[in-house]
Design a protein around this ligand. Sequence first.
Ligand code: NDP
Length: 367
Amino acid sequence: MHSRREFLGKLAVSAAVPFVPSFARRSSRLAGGGEKVLKVAIMGLGSYGTRMARAIESCRRVKLTGIITGTPAKREAWQQKYRIPSANCYDYDDFDGIRDNPSIDAVYIITPNALHHDQALRVAAAGKHVISEKPMALTAIQGQQMVDACDRAGVKLLVGYRMHFEPLTLEVLRMRRQGEFGTLRFFQGQSGFRIGDPTQWRLNRKLSGGGAMMDIGIYAINGARYMTGLEPLWVTAQQTKTDPVKFPEGVDETIQFQMGFPDGVVASCLSTYNMNFLDRFYLVGDKGFAELHPATGYGPIRGRTHQGPLTSTAATQQTLQMDAMAGIILDGDTPMVPADGTEGVRDLKIIDAIYESCRTGQLCRLE
Ligand code: NDP
């Protein structure tokens, strides 16, 4: 039997999804009466690009219309699977040609981290909206250059922060905004997994821009910000390395970091490529708490608060994300938690500061 709390939780979760009213508004109807659909090309047909393409199949407002790949065999397979015409298939040399392709509104960049910046600049120069996977770039300076380039080109820039559209996460944020946890005191974010194949790009600094922090630690940073609704004033960070061969210079294995927010709120976080079972957010205020565990996996996300368990629907996160992003791009929707380039730059400023603190051993103040 479902408890009252679960029942209320379900109601609250659906109420917390900020995109329902905008769908109902149907501000971008097509002449024929249907909703306008965002036509997306995926760049980088790897593991996450494949997951994203499958999720887009269930979207109501997004259609996969193009691909950009450096692997001819994938091009053929994807063309068949998703019925993509040859005219919408590009490689990394010729994709500037999307400029003249009305079948592509936006490009979703899902390549190794170090490539996002230059690829985003080219997509913007071609006049198409940019969705970049996280981390949007390797440094805050690069991220800001992407924001500026998209502003100049008059296109939107979004970052693939799927948790910003995840119903259980949004329910916790609704509770926090309504003061249900009281005065916030503390956030704990643990993000990590044990990485395998030592030859993969994630362990190659030139392509990854770092190590666990760039890949998985960013979830704890981003989560600390959306769970508290605050921006940190300072960070301290300490690095531990047990395997300098697998994790060479510039590729972090494990970093513990602490952040200080206004009004004495503090966060303690862990980012690692060397431990499994670490995907947990814990928020504490003087009247209650929220725990998400797992907090950022592909789902289902599970959670509880001082009032009892939270339950959510089993919707695919990436489908929710992409439909919501179509609303942001096509209708100017405002999500509960922004997922734009400026949001991405805020995370990168913190990553810059964490690496700086690891280098110097000093507390690093943020603007
Ligand atoms: P993969 O290695 O599985 O795929 C990356 C793809 O990028 C490759 O398959 C390839 O596609 C393309 N590519 C272009 N140049 C290179 C290169 N020099 N080396 C390797 N690949 C290249 O990585 P993921 O899909 O796991 O990750 C891609 C991005 O997505 C990363 O930024 C990562 O952080 C992010 N990500 C985000 C997740 C999320 O939940 N938001 C989850 C997982 C990843 P092709 O052959 O078509 O050219």
